[in-house]
Design a protein around this ligand. Structure first.
Ligand code: NAD
Length: 373
């Protein structure tokens, strides 16, 4: 394959989609008519081709029914070339961070999926909305409540749909948990507990350890899953939270939280407990009710998940890529007006809780009242 310079990579696309072929030898025509061929399939552009896009989202988009990989946004020429070849993307559907806004002119891109470091979510989601594209924003939705609200406002103003990358709402184990709660299969839930943690020992320069890019450590990364778990396994939003922070490797976690625990009160007296960490491996959800208990372990990894209940039953479903289910669900929301399983308001609610947890820690574990609708 013939290579071109990075400068040309930036300039060529910026000068106009459909101009000179970027990568000669590339199968330019492939995918051009894909929207017509894939009648009712929405085109998705992934913004940021890191680990999650590479190993989860792009492979999932090979399994989706209602959407397909139509474009990419990357700052790296080598990735652009590799992805174009692998997924047969036309050069007209490849953008960089500078010319991203010209995506407005591409009718094949219906959904922009922002998969960048957390501090970049708001900027790219808002720009996507202004380009008239529906938006999926990865979790955490942004790095503070104000940014989450700005994303929601931009999508409302542009009349585009918005979802957050909480993939579990589309997978069957989580839906079973929600059914247990709704149907009171285990009575009234009195206690919920969730741990979402993994041991991190990667390069100290990674963006997750840089607060300016991540917004925070374990809580921003895995903690939102634990928050989600206690909410859907209790069926309620919390009314208060108190939190504590622990650090055993301060030389590694210089800028971000390593381990956080938090206790929640829910309406009706349900109590919740979470732990999130970048220093240990735990991935679990447990709920105890007046008629028994249920547990998922693992509860929030990419699956297969696993679960059991006090009735001696195993919770078991066939495994499918969660991200394929998630993106198909959002596409069905757009195409067929089906419910949006993860609206922007959910990401914003979780950021209100995240901010309250950080406030509680700053105020030495003080109980912070939450007013969530
Ligand atoms: P990653 O580090 O593997 O990829 C980040 C991408 O952003 C890279 O392609 C990088 O080149 C690009 N980038 C652009 N500007 C950058 C900058 N200034 N600094 C660093 N990288 C920059 O990260 P990831 O694991 O793919 O995570 C990306 C997003 O996806 C995060 O918001 C993360 O929370 C989310 N995520 C969600 C899940 C999930 O299960 N829903 C899983 C993993 C990641």
């Amino acid at each position: 394959m013939k290579h071109i310079s990075r400068r040309k990579f930036s300039n060529t696309i910026a000068q106009g989609i459909g101009a000179t072929a970027l990568f000669s030898g590339m199968p330019i025509a492939c995918g051009m008519a894909s929207k017509q061929e894939n009648n009712k399939k929405l085109g998705v552009a992934l913004v940021g081709l890191g680990t999650y896009s590479t190993y989860e989202l792009a492979p999932s988009l090979q399994e989706t029914t209602h959407c397909y990989l139509a474009g990419i946004v990357t700052g790296t020429l080598e990735k652009a070339e590799r992805w174009a070849t692998k997924y047969e993307l036309p050069q007209t559907h490849i953008y960089n961070y500078e010319n991203f806004d010209t995506i407005v002119d591409n009718p094949d891109i219906d959904i922009v999926y922002v998969v960048l470091p957390n501090a970049m979510h708001a900027d790219f989601c808002i720009r996507a909305a202004k380009a008239g594209k529906h938006v999926i924003c990865e979790k955490p939705m942004a790095i503070n409540v104000a940014e989450c609200q700005a994303i929601i406002d931009a999508c409302e103003a542009a009349k585009v749909k918005l979802s957050v990358g909480y993939r579990l709402h589309s997978e069957p184990y989580t839906q079973e948990v929600k059914r247990f709660v709704k149907e009171k299969t285990f009575g009234d839930i009195q206690y919920v507990s969730a741990e979402a943690a993994y041991f991190s020992n990667t390069h100290p320069q990674q963006w997750r350890l840089n607060k300016a890019l991540s917004g925070g450590g374990a809580l921003m990364n895995m903690g939102v899953y634990a928050i989600q778990s206690v909410i859907y396994s209790s069926g309620k939003n919390p009314i208060s939270v108190a939190a504590q922070e622990f650090s055993t490797r301060p030389e590694y976690f210089k800028d971000t939280d390593e381990t956080i625990t938090a206790q929640f009160e829910f309406p009706g007296g349900t109590i919740g407990n979470i732990m999130t960490s970048h220093n240990t491996n735990v991935n679990r959800l447990y709920a105890s009710g007046t008629k028994g208990w249920f547990e998922l372990n693992p509860a929030n990894n990419y699956g297969p998940l696993s679960g059991r209940t006090s009735k001696g039953e195993e919770i078991k479903f066939p495994h499918k890529r969660q991200q394929a289910l998630q993106m198909d669900d959002f596409s069905k929301h757009i195409l067929f007006d089906e419910p949006n399983k993860v609206p922007g308001a959910m990401g914003l609610r979780d950021m209100v809780i995240v901010e309250a947890i950080y406030q509680s820690i700053a105020e030495r574990g003080k109980k912070i009242a939450l007013q969530l609708s």
